[in-house]
Design a protein around this ligand. Structure first.
Ligand SMILES: *Cc1c(COP(=O)(O)O)cnc(C)c1O
Length: 388
């Protein structure tokens, strides 16, 4: 690929090189195994003298095509596809920590990442310190002696956006490996490796897939670090991306740049409308916090939350919505709503709602691609139903 292609995500997602039969779309190589012509070829492959697909828990041409495209989008040497975002997170973290190690994590993590840290990592005698990622001095104080620094920016519910390059620099100064969950911004709006982070990962179930029809994850970084995950944990935890899901992700990526711009514009429109509404106390959106976006965050996506004023019947609000559906996840074409009170009532694993920073009067919205006219009308009607 030439320099232009490396710089332009729209070209990267549209361009594939050559496919078999000159097909515009790459085939789905839907097979679990690949056979050999001779014992010699088999032996050479097992010895590592020859690289070719053997079994789809390892290498498969369709998942590989997605991995290469994602690596190019993140400016990474290599990438590795997983069966879910959590498989990507657990395989990555478990590659780099051992008993007695300490992890520093920003607070208000994605809930299941937090629960992984509070259950499995604890059983492995790995300690986790949570810090406010906006407080660079607190992060610098926590880093010495740590093995891994785990970031998410903006954070899952309250949408704190961090200065990722400053935090990554601090981690490097203390010799701590840095990892970031970049699901919210996608590589269209934030390329963490260029900001000095060592490893970037995604729930590909969100914007990378973009159509709410696949659960998947991906990790990208240097050949060395991705290679360690690929050889030391992925084969044994076994959460590899499947060929069909890899194909769905390749299709989803085609429209990632234009989808992200539409999510950004429409979510900003809806968030500003909410901010001006009498029933709303505050809006938790990185672009509406009064200060500029941190360096390296070049745009905002469709996911944000807001807090209702006292006295609003939030269940009545959510039940009255029609275009916004009640549902978890996000990143697809459809608009979604999750009331904070539901998450606070969840009874799964260490339920430390305060660890997620969720207010009982908050509501998280994902602004999909239905257009702002219908979305604002839907919200207006639901707020009326909730404030009668
Ligand atoms: C959904 C999500 C995950 C987990 O991804 P799955 O694909 O559901 O396993 C991780 N991080 C963030 C920020 C998420 O929203």
């Amino acid at each position: 690929m030439d320099d232009f292609s490396e710089l332009d995500p729209s070209f990267l997602v549209a361009h594939d090189g050559e496919n078999a039969y000159s097909a515009v779309v790459p085939p789905i190589v839907q097979t679990s195994l690949f056979t050999f012509a001779s014992v010699k070829e088999m032996e050479d492959t097992y010895r590592g003298l020859k690289v070719r697909p053997v079994y789809s828990r390892g290498l498969n041409p369709t998942t590989r095509a997605f991995e290469e495209k994602l690596a190019a989008l993140e400016g990474a040497e290599d990438a590795l596809g997983f069966a879910s975002g959590m498989a990507a997170i657990s395989s990555t973290v478990l590659t780099f920590v051992e008993p007695g190690d300490r992890v520093v994590a920003v607070r208000h993590l994605y809930p299941d990442a937090y629960r992984l840290f509070e259950t499995l990592l604890k059983r492995l005698k790995v300690e986790v310190t949570y810090v406010d990622g906006r407080d660079e001095e607190a992060v610098a104080r926590a880093l010495p002696g740590a093995k891994l620094f785990y970031m998410e920016s903006p954070t899952s519910w309250v949408m704190d956006a961090h200065d990722v390059s400053a935090l990554a620099r601090a981690a490097r100064e203390h010799g701590v490996l840095s990892v970031i969950d970049n699901s919210w911004a996608s590589p269209i709006f934030q390329r963490p490796l260029s900001l000095g982070v060592d490893i970037v990962l995604h729930s590909a179930s969100k914007y990378l897939g973009g159509h709410s029809d696949v659960v998947a994850g991906v990790v990208a970084g240097s050949r060395e670090l991705v290679g360690r995950i690929c050889s030391q944990t992925l084969p044994y935890l076994g959460g590899k991306l499947s060929p069909f899901d890899g194909w769905l992700l390749l299709r989803g990526l085609r429209t990632l740049p234009i989808r992200m711009k539409a999510h950004e514009a429409d979510a900003l429109h809806v968030a500003r409308w909410l901010q001006a509404h009498d029933a709303v106390e505050s809006v938790q959106h990185p672009a509406l916090r009064g200060n500029a976006l941190p360096p390296g965050l070049e745009g905002t996506s469709g996911l944000f939350s807001f807090i209702f004023k006292e006295g609003v019947d939030i269940a009545a609000f959510a039940d009255a919505l029609g275009v916004f559906k009640l549902g978890v996840s996000w990143g697809g074409h459809e608009s979604l709503c999750v009331p904070g009170l539901v998450v606070l009532a969840q009874n799964q694993g260490p339920n430390s709602a305060h660890a997620f920073g969720i207010s009982p009067r908050s509501v998280r919205l994902h602004v999909g691609l239905e257009g702002t006219t219908a979305l604002v009308a839907d919200l207006e009607r639901a707020i009326q139903a909730a404030t009668r």
